[in-house]
Ligand binder design. Structure first.
Ligand SMILES: Cc1cc2nc3c(=O)[nH]c(=O)nc-3n(C[C@H](O)[C@H](O)[C@H](O)COP(=O)(O)OP(=O)(O)OC[C@H]3O[C@@H](n4cnc5c(N)ncnc54)[C@H](O)[C@@H]3O)c2cc1C
Length: 388
């Protein structure tokens, strides 16, 4: 079977759906292939920054988002392993919502804009041909469908078998940085903090927590597995059981709950540089670059990268003579908008994961309270994709 479309998007997470929503404004025929049935959960701290709400407003989805009752967050608190606390108002609009709910909201809106969504189906390979690309798709019944397109946008996330097929330069790198998330009923917490996002630190890890609805809180860890190799669930129970700050908020039932909770994780997350155009395929979201999670900006960046691509495609046509200009303009805008944020977040993550530097950092920030709001600001967009 063979089909044709103007733009093929691989993946229906925030990057893929937002790309579909923006590019549908340009009148192109758009096909989006998503591997999983929605709603589905995925690894994420589920903090939604101002970058996200700005784009939801621009796409006229914000009111629908608010009607789904996301949990609004107003302040930030960081607590280290010796119990030192740093606190700041967020000073920008922020929410938290389960990814199962948020990602479905975006994808359903893309469908309303006549984006042709095929789900569940997997893009197995993409080949360059003279006049564009041929992508091989395996649908739900195991049949193979070839889709010819003028452009392919990869929004398949931070780690994917397609990276190997494209021979991307990071595929053999092992960061040993693993992420893991679960939802916990708030009634199992000794202390509730519904409008606060918190970061707890321990040896070689940090943990973000924010309430996502009236009854659940997201608990999300990033850990350097050089320090330990024991299985994730046992490790979670061990960390929570041995750290006084965690024990102050987790009841014994909460620690027991981890054994039966649905846990979502990814290993060896590569936070280093990636090419944003690979074999002629344009990368958006985590496929293009992964920001250190403590910035709480991955979803915002995924959606902003979609907007950058839209701004490029307003300027150029999808014709042979413009294609190299599209690649170059996208690369340049991407670097301009994100490089400072990516660097700052990675430096702070390095400090947080290192025992000595973490101690110095907390002491310093405790002494100079103006530093924390300043650092938070530095991990944010400052200039939006539109202003760049
Ligand atoms: C520990 C951790 C905590 C985080 N916390 C936060 C946070 O609190 N706030 C925040 O903003 N960001 C956070 N992030 C980052 C955020 O999760 C990502 O930046 C965001 O999910 C990127 O969206 P995406 O659409 O690029 O990729 P994804 O959300 O990964 O979506 C990719 C989609 O592509 C589909 N797919 C994959 N392969 C194929 C294929 N071959 N064919 C078809 N479909 C395919 C997948 O099923 C998936 O639905 C965190 C990240 C980590 C690691």
């Amino acid at each position: 079977m063979k089909q044709e479309t103007d733009i093929l998007i691989i993946g229906g997470g925030p990057a893929g759906s937002t790309t579909a929503l923006y590019l549908s404004k340009l009148g192109y025929a758009i096909t989006l292939i998503e591997k999983k049935k929605f709603p589905r959960e995925t690894l994420c701290g589920e903090f939604l920054s101002k970058e996200v709400t700005d784009i939801l407003k621009e796409l006229n989805i914000f009111q629908e988002f608010i009607s789904m009752k996301p949990n609004q967050l107003k302040s930030f608190r960081a607590i280290n392993d010796s119990g030192t606390e740093l606190h700041s108002d967020l000073n920008f609009e922020a929410y938290a919502m389960k990814r199962s709910v948020f990602d479905s909201l975006l994808l359903e809106n893309a469908k309303k804009q006549n984006v042709n969504v095929t789900q569940p189906a997997i893009v197995k390979s993409v080949s360059k041909i003279n006049s564009g690309f041929i992508s091989e798709i395996e649908n739900e019944s195991g049949e193979t469908v070839n889709i010819k397109s003028r452009l392919v946008v990869a929004a398949y996330g931070k780690q994917n078998p397609l990276d190997k097929k494209l021979e991307r330069n990071f595929i053999n790198k092992k960061s040993l940085l693993n992420g893991i998330k679960f939802h916990l009923p708030v009634e199992l917490l000794k202390e509730k903090f519904p409008d606060e996002i918190r970061i707890y630190t321990n040896e070689g890890l940090y943990c973000g927590m924010n309430q996502v609805n009236e009854s659940e809180i997201t608990v999300c860890f990033l850990e350097n597995r050089k320090i330990t190799r024991i299985p994730s669930r046992e490790r979670l129970a061990e960390v929570i059981g041995s750290n006084k700050s965690f024990r102050d908020i987790f009841s014994d039932e909460a620690i027991g709950y981890i054994n039966s909770a649905n846990v979502y994780g990814t290993g060896n997350i590569h936070f280093g540089k990636r090419e944003v155009v690979e074999n002629g395929i344009i990368m958006v979201g985590d496929s293009a670059r992964v920001i250190a999670p403590l910035a709480g900006d991955g979803i915002g960046m995924a959606m902003e990268s979609a907007k950058i691509l839209y701004e490029v495609l307003i300027k150029y046509k999808l014709v042979e003579s413009d294609i190299q200009k599209i690649y170059l303009d996208y690369k340049q805008r991407y670097d301009r908008v994100f490089s400072k944020r990516l660097k700052t977040a990675r430096i702070i993550q390095g400090i947080i994961l290192n025992k000595k530097l973490r101690k110095i950092g907390f002491t310093f920030a405790d002494k100079y309270p103006a530093l924390l709001p300043y650092l938070i600001k530095f991990t944010r967009s400052g200039t939006s994709a539109q202003n760049s």
